[in-house]
Design a protein around this ligand. Structure first.
Ligand code: C2E
Ligand code: MG
Ligand code: MG
Ligand code: MG
Length: 283
């Protein structure tokens, strides 16, 4: 079997392949203890509605404060966590922490926004995922409409399984996004049939959108297709005003990127975005 047939996103495994076996084993052992030792934390990146410039959501991004190495990038450790299966308990920690934080902010009286959480393949394929998430959300009192689960195209390669899983998640009432859209293998057929809510246009297309006319064509096509399919569309990796203007012209719904803010810790997110009347967005 090649990687594509097994539904593996090759890009995620490039760092893994470059890593020496000993290095990898060491990281796996460190990861195994990281949860108990409380070395993970989340950062949140704002998502902005382009028509109103309002803060409408945030993406939770996992960070690892390694005792010796300092902050390790998720690009480096997520593939190791995925391969070892540790991503399941780690991902559960991310989901519960992000949802609790969102609920806490709602309880404190901030205007409700949606929290996006990245799911890994193994997490997504867990048999009772929707049931577990539903129970948890009920327990903490967070309305599922304020939770967005980000999956990637490669996770839907097993069409039947993905469809069933997505259907259960949609019945629960959570939002479903396809992350890094345009870099995977999805067909138009599956876009038409999968119960999803949103496409997140991959940063690689957005970042060169002003320089590369092919990227501009791709962004414009994805946006227009999303409109026709009645899906929401969010641009990732918006770094400057020109890109933002282009996305506005295309009637892209939402954007996320360094132009608005890098991902920040909860405290900073609260101070900058939730406490400001204009949601701290540049005008
Ligand atoms: P992603 O889900 O596509 O997240 C977006 C990534 O782009 C984040 O990198 C974010 O910091 C970065 N980014 C956002 N805006 C900009 C911008 O304007 N310019 C540039 N150059 N970068 C921008 P990060 O935090 O390093 O995460 C990388 C990837 O690691 C994520 O990509 C996601 O695939 C994975 N990841 C992060 N947290 C989790 C998690 O909790 N669970 C799982 N399964 N994967 C995660
Ligand atoms: Mg994401
Ligand atoms: Mg992405
Ligand atoms: Mg990505």
């Amino acid at each position: 079997h090649n990687a594509k047939e097994q539904g593996v996103d090759i890009r995620r495994y490039v760092p893994l392949m470059q890593m020496k076996a000993a290095e990898r084993l060491k990281m796996e052992n460190d990861l195994r203890r990281a949860l108990e030792r409380d070395e993970f934390y989340l950062e949140y990146q704002p998502q902005v509605q382009l028509s109103t410039k309002e803060l409408v959501g945030m993406e939770a991004l996992l960070r690892w404060q390694h005792p010796k190495r300092g902050i390790v990038s998720p690009v480096e450790f997520i593939p190791v966590a995925e391969e070892s299966g540790l991503i399941v308990p780690i991902g559960e920690w991310v989901l519960t922490t992000a949802c609790r934080q969102n609920k806490e902010w709602q309880t404190a009286g901030y205007r409700p926004i949606c929290v996006s959480v990245n799911l890994s393949m193994r997490q997504f394929l867990q048999p009772n995922l929707a049931g577990k998430i539903g129970e948890f959300l009920k327990r903490i009192g967070l309305d599922p409409c304020y939770v967005d689960l980000e999956i990637t195209e490669s996770m839907t390669l097993d069409k039947e399984k993905a469809f069933e899983q997505l259907k259960r998640l949609k019945e629960l009432g959570v939002f479903i996004s396809i992350d890094d859209f345009g870099t995977g293998y999805s067909s138009l057929h599956y876009l038409k049939n999968m119960p999803i809510d949103r496409l997140k246009i991959d940063r690689s297309f957005v970042s060169e959108v002003m320089e590369d006319s092919n990227n501009a064509a791709i962004v414009s096509t994805i946006t227009s297709m999303a409109h026709h399919l009645k899906l929401k569309v969010t641009a990732e990796g918006v770094e400057n005003e020109d890109q933002l203007q282009f996305l506005r012209q295309q009637r892209c719904h939402e954007a996320q990127g360094y132009f608005f803010s890098k991902p920040v810790r909860a405290q900073e997110f609260e101070n900058i975005f939730l406490k400001s009347a204009t949601f701290g967005m540049p005008s």
